[in-house]
Design a protein around this ligand. Structure first.
Ligand SMILES: Cc1cc2nc3c(=O)[nH]c(=O)nc-3n(C[C@H](O)[C@H](O)[C@H](O)COP(=O)(O)OP(=O)(O)OC[C@H]3O[C@@H](n4cnc5c(N)ncnc54)[C@H](O)[C@@H]3O)c2cc1C
Length: 238
């Protein structure tokens, strides 16, 4: 089936195009085009999201970092901001350089693969997805975004415009296990964020990918084990 291609340059034009039945947002196309070729999706209108200014760029203001949804993983890989490390670690290992030059952070989030390499980082850094449609704007915490493998709460006419992250004074990282050294998907991926005060860890968050239908950050994983009370030895004469 053929699909019409449109390239809006303003956000209102983009939202109007996305309101048409059969419209799909096209970012880097590294997931969407193979899915279309395999017959898993049948868009009748491909709406290129990359040329709208609101979906581009990385800015930090008033304690919040805003990453445009169409920011490529290659641009993120070259970005140096220690407060985003867990996301940047993920961006740096997706596919090959050619993949990262096309693929976007918004596409990785909207594809919602359980093994998406930026998703655990987005979870531990408390990211919020900014979704726009002709009906208005919604801010959805990424921890409430995923509903199943390849599924999420965004409606077909909604566009992910940006991802917002509260600036945190904490260290974070993402690491994945793969069978091959390069160009492989995670068997399991783990992100962690730790806050250290006076040499003591005062806050920790962990997220796990590729181990369940959606990336997970269950609060129990991050909470301290229950304190164990030391048993006094029973006196020998009792
Ligand atoms: C060779 C190869 C290797 C890969 N390796 C990895 C890997 O190691 N790790 C990994 O995580 N992924 C990997 N991928 C998958 C893919 O590259 C990533 O998921 C990528 O981030 C998708 O981004 P994209 O911009 O190409 O999305 P697209 O393919 O353009 O879109 C993906 C989905 O998101 C929707 N979408 C995109 N942008 C928006 C938006 N702004 N608003 C609403 N919906 C939107 C599209 O409609 C589509 O349904 C690989 C893919 C290939 C082809």
């Amino acid at each position: 089936m053929t699909a019409e291609y449109r390239r809006p340059s303003t956000l209102p034009e983009l939202l109007t195009d996305m309101a048409e039945p059969g419209a799909f947002a096209l970012a880097g196309g590294t997931d969407l085009i193979p899915l279309r070729t395999a017959g898993a999706v049948s868009p009748t209108l491909l709406v290129d999201v990359k040329h709208v200014s609101e979906l581009n760029g990385i800015t930090t203001e008033a304690g919040t970092t805003r990453i445009g949804a169409a920011t490529t993983l290659a641009d993120l890989a070259e970005h140096h901001d220690r407060s985003l490390d867990a996301i940047l670690d993920g961006a740096r290992i997706v596919g090959a350089p050619q993949t990262r030059n096309r693929a976007t952070l918004g596409g990785n989030l909207c594809r919602s693969s359980p093994a998406g390499d930026t998703l655990c980082g987005l979870l531990v850094l408390d990211a919020i997805a900014e979704l726009h449609s002709l009906n208005g704007v919604r801010h959805v915490p990424v921890r409430d975004f995923f509903t199943g493998p390849g599924r999420n709460v965004a409606t077909p006419s909604e566009v992910l415009v940006s991802i917002r992250l509260p600036t945190r004074h904490a260290g974070s990282a993402y690491h994945r296990f793969t069978y091959r050294r390069s160009m492989d998907l995670a068997i399991v991926g783990i992100a962690a964020r730790l806050s250290i005060k006076n040499g003591t860890c005062v806050d920790a968050t962990i997220a796990i990918g590729a181990a369940a239908p959606t990336p997970q950050s269950p609060p129990k994983l991050s909470s301290a084990p229950p304190a164990t009370t030391k048993q006094s030895p029973t006196p020998a004469n009792k």
